[in-house]
Design a protein around this ligand. Structure first.
Ligand SMILES: C[S@@+](CC[C@H](N)C(=O)[O-])C[C@H]1O[C@@H](n2cnc3c(N)ncnc32)[C@H](O)[C@@H]1O
Ligand code: SF4
Length: 377
């Protein structure tokens, strides 16, 4: 399966917790950036057809739908799109005016993911968000009105000052809006962000017990309301799992365009530069805007297959890693604690709160010795 990621870095301002490749105060360079995106798409060798496209950010909903249409059309010309292609857009609720929603729909986008984060105005203010709680509901209604096939909400839990009751109400409100898909993320303190500076200066860091309780609260409520918990942080109504994300967790190929974008193709992982001016300069000089690439060795690819695959609630084929994980002392401890199941066929995390712990063990597994007893007796 082939997918494409397109990064749009523009934001109105930088949220204190965000460490994505974003720029604020550079909107006047939007058209130049989109010219560079088209040029970068033209540099990519033939591939496809694309089964999913993910336009992420940054804040893609800040740019004119015609610019995104130009990118989607160029992807279609260069690689082709399957008939039922999924084209997702990340959107901030405050941008989602009625005209904009129709424009994005006409541009060929059929799935929208709103960065709602919370339905509590105090929590939103603490996160430095520009929208208010009611804006989330308005955005969903407008997306429905514009005919989007799939509407998703991103929620963040354990933000500073968020009480258990506030999170429960956020989950309840999200469910009442009847989206097709919900992602729930624990607030992560990323190095170099304003939030990390606050924590270093003595502000309270997110509490792991609070995070675990809120994770479970959301999981129980969402599953009880008909959502399938298909990945550690993701829930969907049947048929609305995010195809782009499923492809990345299944080690599919994804082309990547734009500032700081990461791609994976034919066993090679590559990442683009994160400095905005460097990205523009390199593409304008007909140079791929790459910061690095890595050929994934066979055993590393196998570890990665499991590392990514255990995120999914269906588990992952045991393959060559299964026996090594089952024989590893830390792997055995997780099995004995009832957190992990390793059979001859599959590897399955039984308690999603232990997914990261399992992934860490998997990444540390040494390649089994190539010395084998062979012969005909
Ligand atoms: C990078 S944002 C881009 C979309 C859009 N600009 C927005 O803010 O919603 C994608 C999602 O990542 C999640 N996110 C970003 N930084 C995070 C952090 N430090 N901890 C947890 N979730 C985070 C948020 O839920 C957000 O909706
Ligand atoms: S969280 Fe979203 S809106 Fe905030 S800075 Fe990051 S990408 Fe921009």
């Amino acid at each position: 399966m082939t997918a494409a990621y397109v990064h749009v870095p523009f934001c109105a301002r930088v949220c204190p917790y965000c460490d994505f490749a974003v720029v604020a105060g550079k909107d006047e360079l939007t058209e130049r950036y989109f010219d560079a995106l088209l040029a970068e798409i033209d540099m990519e060798p033939a591939a496809g057809p694309l089964e999913s496209v993910f336009i992420g950010g940054g804040t893609p909903s800040r740019v004119a739908p015609e610019l995104l249409k130009g990118v989607i059309d160029r992807l279609a010309e260069r690689f082709g799109l399957v008939d039922d292609v999924e084209v997702s857009l990340e959107a901030n609720p405050e941008d989602w005016t009625p005209g904009v929603a129709d424009g994005f729909s006409m541009a060929g986008i059929n799935r929208v993911s709103f960065g709602v984060q919370s339905f509590d105005d105090e929590v939103l203010a603490g996160l430095g968000r520009m929208h208010t709680a009611p804006d989330g509901g308005v955005a969903v209604a407008r997306a429905r009105g514009a005919g989007f096939d799939s509407v998703s909400l991103d929620l963040i839990f354990s933000s500073p000052g968020e009480s258990p009751g506030s999170w429960a109400a956020t989950v309840e409100t999200a469910i009442a809006l009847q989206p097709d898909h919900i992602s729930t993320y624990a607030l992560t303190v990323e190095r170099g962000t304003e939030l990390s500076r606050q924590v270093l200066a003595g502000a309270a860091a997110p509490d792991p017990d609070d995070q675990a309780d809120k994770y479970e609260l959301a999981r129980t409520a969402l599953v009880a309301n008909g959502f399938t918990h298909y990945e550690v942080s993701n829930y969907a109504r049947p048929g609305h799992e995010c195809r782009y994300n499923l492809n990345t967790w299944r080690q599919g190929d994804y082309l990547a365009f734009g500032l700081g974008a990461h791609g994976h193709r034919d066993g090679v992982r590559r990442r683009n530069v994160r400095r905005f001016e460097a990205y523009l300069d390199m593409v304008e000089q007909d140079q791929p805007p790459e910061a690095g690439r890595e050929v994934i060795a066979a055993w590393d690819a196998e570890l990665e297959r499991v590392f990514l695959g255990v995120r999914m609630r269906t588990g992952v084929a045991a393959g060559a890693v299964g026996p090594v994980l089952a024989a590893d002392p830390e792997g055995q401890a997780l099995v004995e604690a009832g957190k992990l199941e390793v059979t001859a066929n599959s590897i399955l995390v039984l308690d999603p709160l232990f997914t990261d712990a399992v992934a860490r063990v998997v990444l540390g597994l040494a390649r089994p010795s190539d010395t084998r007893v062979t012969g005909n007796g």
